[in-house]
Design a protein around this ligand. Structure first.
Ligand code: NAP
Length: 255
């Protein structure tokens, strides 16, 4: 049956930033599609809530506390996943941060580096650890990064975030070519999604109205509307898809 192509049955997935928002929705959707999932983040309580949700749906999951800026933590994630479920087939690099909104002349170097460290270098660290393991077992796998519409267009007042997300798009294209056909590498580029991340901009009436003016869909996305693309990109249905930056933005970047 055609839908079998989208099944993740028998696979193992690590989802960074899997404790809330988009990452939580991806972790739940991948588990619903049959994957054993290891959600990863810094806060243990929130991760446990994701694991409980997955198990209540009949899925398999084990949480692993990890800061994506810490290479020792990342090693422990893959060791935990392998010990619990076996070799990891899919890595979803979703952990991200955006503490700065303003003019770049007001941005200090430390904040720039912090954003790059989590969003771009964190994605690289996790991807390297994953791909090394896939190569050691002479296997196959897929990496799905959660970039942003800011991976393909500039976002006003978000210079460091946009730079970090463009870095992810560049990494995606090069690593996809370098590692084909063994490891597929793709990026999802969401527009504005209803999560804690966008609470500030959504709460400001003026910014909210300006943003909605630019979004043909005339609304923000729900996290579940990003998760389906993550299931697809990890599945056999996307077996010939690599190096792709897949925009899910209600038409924002199209106009
Ligand atoms: P969110 O609700 O703030 O969730 C962020 C997740 O990342 C949390 O699970 C957080 O958990 C984790 N995280 C943050 N720093 C981390 C670190 N150093 N190490 C490990 N985990 C870390 O944000 P979201 O909206 O779901 O965003 C998820 C991803 O989508 C981000 O990469 C973001 O850039 C991207 N995105 C979001 C939107 C949007 O409109 N919301 C649009 C485009 C792209 P802990 O704090 O417990 O570590």
């Amino acid at each position: 049956m055609a839908l079998d192509l989208f099944s993740l049955e028998g696979s193992v997935a690590v989802v960074t930033g899997g404790s809330r928002g988009i990452g939580e929705a991806i972790a739940v959707a991948m588990a619903d599609a049959g994957a054993a999932v290891v959600p990863v983040a810094r806060s243990e309580d929130a991760l446990d809530a994701t694991v409980t949700r997955i198990r209540e749906n009949g899925g398999e999951a084990v949480a692993c506390v990890c800061d994506v800026t810490d290479e020792g933590d990342i090693e422990r994630v893959f060791e935990t996943a392998e010990a619990e479920f076996g070799p990891v087939d899919t890595l979803v690099n979703n952990a991200g941060t955006n503490p700065f909104f303003g003019d770049a002349t007001d941005l200090d170097t430390e904040t720039w580096e912090q954003i790059m460290d989590v969003n771009a270098t964190g994605t690289f660290r996790c991807t390297r650890a994953f791909a090394t393991r896939v190569a050691e077992r002479d296997g196959e796998g897929s990496v799905t990064n959660v970039g942003s519409v800011g991976s393909v267009v500039g976002l006003p007042a978000q210079a460091p975030y946009t730079a970090s997300k463009h870095a992810i798009a560049g990494m995606t294209k090069t690593l996809a070519a370098d590692w084909a056909p063994d490891v597929r590498v793709n990026t999802i580029a969401p527009g504005y999604v209803v999560t804690e991340f966008t609470e500030g901009v959504r709460a400001n009436d003026e910014i909210r109205a300006d943003l909605l003016d630019d979004i043909p869909a005339d609304r923000f996305a729900e996290p579940e509307e990003i998760a389906g693309t993550a299931v697809y990109l990890a599945s056999d249905a996307a077996g010939y898809v690599t190096g792709e930056v897949h925009v899910v933005d209600g038409g924002l970047a199209a106009v």
